[in-house]
Write a protein that binds this ligand. Structure first.
Ligand SMILES: O=P(O)(O)OC[C@H]1O[C@H](OP(=O)(O)OP(=O)(O)O)[C@H](O)[C@@H]1O
Ligand SMILES: Nc1ncnc2[nH]cnc12
Length: 171
């Protein structure tokens, strides 16, 4: 199964000059999606995580089925203002402006080995922020796992954990 055959590339979205890699078509194809989750499992298992973490929102689509397939729990990192209870907040810089992600303060016991998942690695800013947030709650971040990596943006250079992806684009 060639996973790339099921990812749709849409030029000039959300703005001119950006190629958008759309996983809608991958999710809609049962066999291709099953194979994607299988490949995620093969890549993540060697890190022996006790827990998986997903980043809102497309990261949930990867992390939740993988957690079920691996028999592990799954923790959400969410955008600002969505999580109830005691939360830990992390602000980070985007190309223009700032953004905020959050996790529940008691979601992860200190020392727990986790793998973080997101659908796509672009500049690496989102995953770098997620890793900082996870370390603040005491998680041991074993790896960052993606479905898609945009290699030409060199986001992996921002991350100080092993970076893995199912498919990679060079342009
Ligand atoms: O490597 P970066 O440059 O940080 O970009 C990657 C992030 O951008 C997208 O999320 P988006 O903010 O579009 O949210 P969504 O998952 O809710 O669609 C994607 O799902 C990653 O989380
Ligand atoms: N080029 C891209 N395609 C899909 N999702 C993205 N998130 C950030 N950059 C993206």
């Amino acid at each position: 199964m060639n996973i790339k055959d099921h990812i749709r590339s849409i030029p000039d979205f959300p703005k001119p000059g950006i190629m958008f890699y759309d996983i809608s078509t991958l999710l809609a194809h049962a066999e291709a999606w099953r194979d994607t989750v299988r490949q995620l499992k093969e890549a993540v298992e060697p890190h022996k995580p006790a827990l998986l973490v997903g980043i809102e929102s497309r990261g949930f689509l990867a992390a939740a089925p993988l957690a079920l397939a691996m028999g592990l729990g799954f923790v959400m990192i969410r955008k600002r203002g969505k999580l109830p209870g005691d939360i830990i907040t992390h602000n980070y810089d985007l190309e223009y402006g700032t953004d905020t992600i959050e996790i529940q303060a008691d979601a992860i016991k200190p020392g727990t080995r986790v793998v973080v998942l997101d659908d796509l690695l672009a500049t690496g800013g989102t995953m770098a922020a997620a890793i900082s947030l996870l370390r603040r709650v005491g998680a041991d971040v074993a790896a960052a796992q993606f479905i898609i990596e945009l290699g030409f943006l060199n986001g992996a250079a921002k991350l100080d954990v092993p970076v893995q992806s199912v498919v990679r684009y060079e342009s």
